[in-house]
Design a protein around this ligand. Structure first.
Ligand SMILES: *Cc1c(COP(=O)(O)O)cnc(C)c1O
Length: 421
């Protein structure tokens, strides 16, 4: 029966793309701060027969029959998330981080209402009010950023902008910000100006879940996240809120912004939240931070400037332009050596976003592979060797050798690659 043919038999093109992607992930040093490697358990849940199931609505209040087992997945995911973060309410249906944020906007705002969000080029996210995003088109956006001297969030500026513009919602949380965020202070600013707060912890959710970054949950009415970054779950979003907003938030997710939830991904989210509650996961998150600190030290020791002078979390922004190269060229040179980073604007950047003065480097993925401080030192030196000589073929060969040496010591998915036959 053709239903039971292997992937290899059915579609050799996609089969090969997957096998090649396993090799790419195994053979490279993944330093993109928003990426990670999920467990076999998460992969199995996401690749399960729940992809077949429609489950519009919520557990025990569905628009489709046959949801008995889908309800188990969603209930477990919701309850585990609430427990993990100490939240009143959780919705695990958003297909992505952006859709988790959209749900909060739809809960609270009408078109034309004012949002105070973080400037994208200072570390914010597209979905916090960028002009090309639906947020920039639907809402009146006012932006705060970082202080020019310290390159850390300027809470005084945030406060004066909030007083002046009276936003309905203050959005905080970032995609390229290496320092601790003061959610309590932001709530105080909101309280003083009649705003509500959405804390978007997409990047730092794993750190928050394990108490390694102060949690916004006790302070802010809404907390959104992705599940695939430091949290190391399946690609997707989730959103939490105080009890008083729960019913409205659920309506804003479905039917407000989405149709049927991805039950297979909710199953993967449930597994992810279970894993995240373990002692092993806490040790993993601690190691992410130690690794970022070690990598930052090595890179700074080689005279590269880090935005804000260092890192408190899982990522850092390197000002490569101060060293005479653009972010674009740095990204390209590193990719040749199978080191994956992304170019990133730095605060007050003089380059366009397509060129950028910085690169963003994160340690969640390499830490999942088991690498520790000693390996970070090696990686930092490989990066600097190459960035100091981006045209030199000999240097490139040496760095490639170094990458191969490291990755072969920390194999990834090779033993289970027949899962994708
Ligand atoms: C990654 C990220 C998101 C969005 O995630 P998608 O799943 O790509 O939509 C939202 N907010 C922040 C701060 C992020 O870093």
């Amino acid at each position: 029966m053709s239903l039971y043919k292997t992937l290899k038999e059915t579609d050799s093109v996609i089969y090969e793309a997957i096998q090649n992607e396993i090799d790419r992930q195994n053979d490279g040093l993944e330093l993109i701060a928003s990426e990670n490697f999920v467990s076999r358990a998460v992969l199995t849940a996401v690749g399960s027969v729940f992809t077949n199931k429609y489950a519009e609505g919520y557990p025990r209040k569905r628009y489709y029959g046959g949801c008995k087992f889908a309800d188990i997945c969603e209930d477990e995911a919701r309850n585990r998330m609430k427990e993990l973060f100490g939240a009143d309410h959780a919705n695990v249906q958003p297909h992505s981080g952006t859709q988790a944020n959209q749900a909060v906007y739809f809960t609270l705002l009408n078109p034309g209402d004012t949002i105070l969000g973080m400037n994208l080029s200072h570390g914010g996210h597209l979905s916090h009010g960028h002009p090309v995003n639906f947020t920039g088109k639907l809402y009146n956006i006012v932006q705060y950023g970082v202080n020019k001297e310290t390159e850390t969030i300027d809470y005084d500026e945030m406060e004066s902008l909030a007083k002046q513009h009276k936003p309905k919602l203050i959005v905080c949380g970032a995609s390229a910000y290496a320092r601790t965020i003061d959610f309590k202070r932001i709530q105080e600013i909101a309280d003083a100006t009649g705003a509500l707060v959405l804390a978007d912890i997409a990047h730092i959710a794993g750190l928050v879940a394990t108490g390694l970054h102060p949690s916004p949950v006790p302070h802010n009415a809404f907390v959104s996240t992705t599940t695939h970054k430091t949290l190391r779950g399946p690609r997707g979003g989730a959103v939490m809120c105080k009890e008083e907003y729960a019913a409205d938030l659920d309506k804003a997710v479905f039917p407000g912004g989405q149709g049927g939830p991805l039950v297979h991904v909710m199953a993967g989210k449930a597994v992810c939240f279970k894993e995240a509650a373990s002692d092993d996961f806490k040790s993993y998150q601690k190691q992410i931070i130690k690794n970022a600190a070690a990598l930052a030290d090595t890179i700074q020791g080689r005279d590269f400037r880090l935005v804000s002078g260092g890192t408190d979390n899982h990522l850092m922004l390197v000002d490569v332009f101060a060293h005479g190269i653009t972010g674009k060229d740095a990204e390209k040179a590193l990719q040749k050596a199978h080191i994956t980073v992304n170019k990133n604007t730095i605060p007050f950047d003089t380059q366009s976003p397509f060129v950028a003065s910085g690169i963003r480097i994160g340690t969640p993925a390499v830490t999942t592979r088991g690498m520790k401080e000693a390996e970070m030192k090696v990686i930092g030196n490989l990066i600097c060797d190459l960035l100091e000589n981006i045209e030199d073929e000999k240097t490139l060969d040496k760095v490639k050798e170094g990458v191969k040496d490291l990755t072969s010591k920390f194999p990834l998915y090779l033993d289970i690659r027949d899962m994708w036959e």
